[in-house]
Design a protein around this ligand. Structure first.
Ligand code: ZN
Length: 293
């Protein structure tokens, strides 16, 4: 499943190609993805210009000149690509090759410099979805989301407020989207390892007495930021067939410190531990029992 760094990579890949493009025509090859497309989706997008491509948690947010925001969630297998003619041979026009089974949304765009582009959204398993609204506050997907992990709003003091008195294990606490938005299973394991905190510890146990510096939560905020930034830097990572928005396939294999590394030596310098796997709330957690406390 694409996590935040992959979504950010897709956003960065799309941005130069779709910003300032006019949406000429939208073809939906089926009525729904995980959810039905919003009423009049194709008609409302047609004629608008894409002003910007943003991201909130794992949602792509395309701001349109008609005041609407088009939200896209990639689910498990969602991907964007452009019709081959742009990248393969700029001098010749290629009729875009559409796979009617998996290419659910086809958009004809006009870019002020690149000219006609076809943007295709494919999603074999259809866990992705799209929405359209005027204000972020109107979206049930965005309402109630906690701070962006890469923003200053995500910090030790904020976490201390949320974690005080909480018995939930750290793993679950960090997967709670009200605590931090967009953090998924892989990067929770990675961030806890980076901060040397056990995933099984009660969240409330990391909150110090009033007046005491929340050193562990500071390390955690730093760890979350570091693992995400490194993954974005590496171009994201993938465990499934997922395509960067520029049409490149395969994807950069990001190196994880603990995720999917059960039985391997802990990469923390000087640590003699071996990575272990446990299951929490039905999902795998990886950690080092020696350097995580
Ligand atoms: Zn270790």
């Amino acid at each position: 499943m694409p996590e935040l760094p992959e979504v950010e990579t897709v956003r960065r890949g799309l941005e130069p190609w779709v910003t300032a493009t006019r949406i000429e025509r939208v073809t939906l090859n089926r009525p729904d993805l995980r959810f039905p497309f919003p009423e009049g989706f194709a008609e409302k997008l047609a004629g608008a210009t894409i002003v910007s491509v943003g991201r909130r948690a794992k949602y792509l947010l395309f701001r349109l000149s008609n005041g609407l925001i088009w939200l896209s969630h990639l689910g498990m297998t969602g991907s964007y690509r452009f019709a081959g003619h742009i990248f393969k041979e700029p001098s010749r026009y290629y009729e875009p090759v559409i796979d009617p089974k998996h290419d659910h949304v086809v958009m004809e765009l006009t870019h002020p410099e690149h000219g006609a582009l076809t943007l295709i959204y494919a999603d074999p398993r259809r866990f992705g979805f799209m929405d359209l609204f005027r204000d972020e506050a109107d979206s049930p997907f965005l309402r109630g989301l906690g701070p962006e992990p890469l923003s200053n709003a995500f910090n030790a003091a904020e976490m201390a407020g949320r974690f005080a008195g909480k018995k939930a294990p750290m793993k679950a606490a960090l997967l709670d989207q009200r605590v931090v938005a967009g953090l998924g299973n892989i990067y929770v394991s990675e961030a806890l390892h980076r901060a040397h905190i056990l995933p099984t510890r009660a969240a409330g146990a990391l909150v110090p007495k009033p007046g005491v510096r929340p050193a562990e939560l500071e390390a955690l905020a730093k760890g979350v930021r570091a693992v995400l930034e490194e993954a974005i830097e590496a171009g994201g990572s993938t465990l499934r067939d997922f395509r960067a928005a520029d049409g490149t396939t395969g994807y950069f294999q990001h190196h994880f410190a603990v995720y999917d590394r059960e039985g391997e030596p802990c990469p923390t310098p000087g640590c003699v531990g071996t990575i272990q796997r446990i299951v929490q709330s039905g999902r795998s957690t990886y950690f080092c029992p020696v350097c995580q406390h």
